[in-house]
Design a protein around this ligand. Structure first.
Ligand SMILES: [Zn+2]
Length: 253
């Protein structure tokens, strides 16, 4: 379920990330007297999950002066075709570390093995201790009803740590691969874009999605979506779309 196409997408997209304008008045820390610098921890199953889930949000928090840590449940040992577990782990650890550099986050590797997620008292205690040491204000993790066992395990351990935490933090769930991995989420990208525009009509919205027989640029534009990109999407196409969105004003993607 940890597809190589997602890794390939991020490798291609990384080249375009430098163009992102992440200025955010609402998130910025320290500019006003008494504004707290927040600590954010994202607990993801594999390298790529924090990035594919709330990656944009994490980047904006970091760019606004808050402190972000990405906790990787495992090192993606099973996720590279033709490579041994140790080779894949080395490759994906390097990718996760590079992604954290781009996002402005600190990588933490939890020590479980890809495809062999474990939930027991020892691991609950380890998650509890690790999150306590990070002193987070906000924690993101996988929505627990997920088709991938590692995602489920990462989520359940985080929920247990949250329930047992002596110093409470806000807990939010993110999705990866809605309908395929994350289950029971029914809000489509189109519906989400329309809802965003209902709240703030002046935001440019770029919808990036897989092939649909019914979703065309004309249909998207008629609903207010400014740009529609259909997979496979090149880094050049993403860059051009983002540049156009930046010229329009604030970026939403
Ligand atoms: Zn994953």
């Amino acid at each position: 379920m940890e597809s190589s196409s997602r890794r390939t997408f991020f490798q291609q997209a990384a080249a375009g990330l430098g163009m992102l304008s992440l200025a955010s008045s609402g998130l910025r820390a320290g500019e006003e007297k008494g504004t707290k610098v927040l600590k954010i921890v994202c607990v993801g199953g594999h390298p790529g999950d924090p990035e594919a889930g709330p990656g944009g949000t994490l980047a904006r928090f970091a760019a606004a002066g808050h402190r972000v840590s990405n906790l990787y449940f495992n090192r993606g040992e099973a996720g590279v075709d033709g490579k041994t577990s140790s080779e894949a782990a080395e490759i994906r650890t390097a990718e996760a570390t590079a992604a954290c550099t781009i996002l402005g986050a600190k990588p933490i590797f939890f020590g479980q093995i890809d495809g062999a997620g474990v939930v027991n008292n020892d691991w609950v205690a380890r998650m509890e201790e690790l999150l306590a040491s990070e002193k987070p204000d906000i924690v993101f993790t996988h929505w627990p009803i997920d088709s991938h066992k590692d995602h489920q395990c990462a989520s359940l351990l985080t929920i247990q740590a949250w329930m047992r935490a002596k110093v409470k933090f806000d807990l939010y769930f993110f999705e990866v691969g809605s309908g395929v991995e994350t289950m029971t989420f029914h809000l489509s990208g189109m519906a989400l874009g329309v809802e965003i525009l209902r709240i703030q009509p002046d935001l440019p919205v770029i919808l990036m999605t897989g092939f649909s027989g019914s979703l065309t640029t004309e249909v998207a534009n008629a609903s207010g979506i400014h740009q529609l990109l259909i997979k496979p999407i090149s880094s050049e196409a993403i860059g051009a779309a983002i540049q156009l969105a930046i010229r329009r004003g604030v970026l939403v993607c």
